[in-house]
Design a protein around this ligand. Structure first.
Ligand code: FDA
Length: 406
C-alpha cells in the first residue's frame, strides 16, 4: 500500500492550493481528481478570465460589510485574514500573469483562466506533489496510522492508499455535469460531522407561468437596478430571461432569497419616476407615456410596463394617480419568484460542512484528528465577484500550512 503524509481529494481551487502549501513544507502529498483535467471550474470561471479575487473581501469580514454567508459568520475570518487578496495577486504576478480590475473590486486575468491552472500545476510539480487524474476516492476508513482509502482509476483499477492527513476538497453540488458531487457531505456524515442545509446560490430565479407570460417579451433586456430581499440589497444589472430573472444583482440576492419570499426591484435607482413623468406631462401632454418612460428605461421595458398598466396613451390623459402607478412599477416592482434554476446553473452551493465542527486555523475536524474540509464543501459561501475563489485559496492555505506545522 502506498503511504502519503497527506491525501487531498479534489484538484480544484482549494485542493491544489492546499497541496502546494503542504508540499512546500516537506510533506509527501497526493492529489486525487476524478475528472480528466484539474481545475475545470477555474478554467471556465469569470467568462474564461477567472475573477480570482475581490479587493474588498477583507473589508467585508473585518468591517461587517458582508461578502460571506455562513451559519457561523466569524468562522472564515481567521483564514481570510491570514491569506489576503494581495497575497494571491503577488503569487500570480510572480508567475507573470497579468490582471485588471473590472468593477467593484473584481480582479480578472487579462489572458485565459487556464494560466491559473497551469500556475498550480507548475507549483505542485516543484513542491513534489503527486497528482492522479481520472481517479475517484472511495471507501475511506480510519485506522491507527490515520486513514486508508481505495482510489479507483477507470483504466488501471483500484489502489489502496494510506495517509496521516486526509483533505476533502471536492467542492459543492453546483454544475454536476462538470464533476460536482455530494462526496464531501457523504464523508462528513460517515465521520459524524454535521452538514448544514445545502441549496443553490448565485443562481437565476424563475417565475411561475402567468408571470412568465407577462415578461417573456422582455427576454434579453438588461437594466441597472437595486434588487432587495428583506434587509439586503444589491445595485447591479438585472437580466430578463425566458425563465425569469438573472444578471449579477439577481445572482447576489438569490443567496438571501427563500421560497415564498418576494423581491423588490428599483429599475431606475436614484430617479423619482413620478416627478420625471409629471414634468414631461407639463411640458407636452401629447407625448406618449412609453416615450417619456423610454427616456429612463430600456425602450422594450418601458413599453411592457405601460402596456401592462393599460397606460399606453398620451401623458396628458393620465392623472397623477396613474403616473404614480407607473412610477411604482418602475421604482418598486415587487415579484415573487417561484424557484431557482437549481444546481444545474448555480455558481456555488450555499451551506455545507458545519463550521462548528472545524478548527478555523487548520480546517481540521475537531472530533476526527487528521480529517479536513476546505473550499466550497464548507458552509462558507461568498458573494459574486471573486469572493468564492478567495475563500478557496485562503482555506487551502490554512489547511496546507496549518497541517504541516502541527
Ligand atoms: P471545485 O469545485 O473547484 O473543485 C472540486 C474538485 O473535486 C473538482 O475538480 C471535482 O471534479 C473534484 N471531485 C469531486 N468529487 C470527487 C471525488 N469523489 N473524487 C475525486 N475528485 C472529486 N468564483 C469566483 O470567486 N470567481 C469566479 O469568477 C467564479 N466563476 C464561476 C463560474 C462558474 C460557471 C461556476 C460554476 C463557479 C464559479 N465560481 C467563481 C465559484 C468557484 O468556481 C468555486 O467557488 C470554487 O471553484 C470552489 O473551489 P473548490 O476547490 O472548493 O471546489
Amino acid at each position: 500500500m502506498t503511504r502519503y503524509d497527506m491525501v487531498v481529494i479534489g484538484a480544484g481551487a482549494a485542493g491544489m492550493m492546499c497541496a502546494v502549501e503542504a508540499g512546500r513544507r516537506g510533506r509527501r502529498v497526493l492529489v486525487i481528481e476524478h475528472g480528466a483535467k484539474p481545475g475545470e471550474k477555474i478554467r471556465i470561471s469569470g467568462g474564461g478570465r477567472c475573477n480570482f479575487t475581490n479587493l474588498h473581501a477583507n473589508e467585508g469580514i473585518t468591517q461587517g460589510a458582508g461578502g460571506y454567508l455562513s451559519q457561523n459568520p466569524r468562522f472564515c475570518v481567521s483564514a481570510l485574514k491570514r491569506y489576503r487578496p494581495e497575497d494571491f495577486i503577488a503569487r500570480i504576478e510572480a508567475h507573470g500573469i497579468a490582471w485588471h480590475e473590472k468593477t467593484l473590486g473584481q480582479l480578472f486575468c487579462d489572458g485565459p483562466a487556464s494560466q491559473i491552472v497551469d500556475m498550480f500545476l507548475g507549483e505542485m510539480r516543484e513542491a513534489g506533489v503527486d497528482l492522479r487524474l481520472s481517479t475517484t476516492a472511495r471507501d475511506i476508513e480510519r485506522d491507527a496510522d490515520g486513514f486508508r482509502l481505495v482510489a479507483g482509476h477507470a483504466g488501471s483499477g483500484d489502489t489502496a492508499i494510506s495517509c496521516a492527513a486526509l483533505v476533502v476538497a471536492t467542492g459543492g453540488k453546483s454544475i454536476p455535469k462538470m464533476g460536482a458531487s455530494a462526496f464531501a457531505y457523504e464523508v462528513a456524515r460517515k465521520f459524524g460531522v454535521p452538514v448544514t442545509e445545502t441549496r443553490p446560490a448565485l443562481v437565476p430565479l424563475t417565475f411561475e407561468p402567468h408571470l412568465l407570460e407577462e415578461t417573456k417579451a422582455l427576454s434579453g433586456v438588461s437594466v441597472a437596478a437595486r434588487v432587495s430581499c428583506g434587509k439586503r440589497h444589491f445595485d447591479e444589472a438585472v437580466l430578463f430571461t425566458h425563465r425569469g430573472l438573472s444578471g449579477p444583482a439577481i445572482l447576489q440576492i438569490s443567496s438571501y432569497w427563500r421560497e415564498g419570499e418576494a423581491i423588490t426591484l428599483d429599475m431606475a435607482p436614484g430617479v423619482d419616476v413620478f416627478e420625471r413623468l409629471r414634468a414631461a406631462r407639463s411640458q407636452s401632454g401629447k407625448q406618449a407615456a412609453q416615450t417619456a418612460l423610454g427616456e429612463i428605461l430600456p425602450k422594450r421595458l418601458a413599453q411592457a410596463i405601460v402596456t401592462r398598466l393599460g397606460a399606453d396613451v398620451p401623458l396628458g390623459s393620465l392623472p397623477d394617480k396613474r403616473l404614480r402607478d407607473i412610477a411604482a412599477a418602475v421604482n418598486a416592482w415587487t415579484v415573487k419568484p417561484v424557484g431557482t434554476e437549481g444546481f444545474r446553473t448555480a455558481e456555488v452551493t450555499l451551506g455545507g460542512v458545519d463550521t462548528t465542527a472545524l478548527d478555523g486555523k487548520t480546517m481540521e475536524v475537531k472530533s476526527v484528528p487528521g480529517l479536513h474540509f476546505i473550499g466550497e464543501a464548507v458552509d462558507v459561501t461568498g458573494w459574486l465577484g471573486g469572493y468564492n475563489f478567495q475563500w478557496a485559496w485562503a482555506s487551502g492555505v490554512a489547511c496546507g500550512a496549518g497541517d504541516a506545522t502541527n
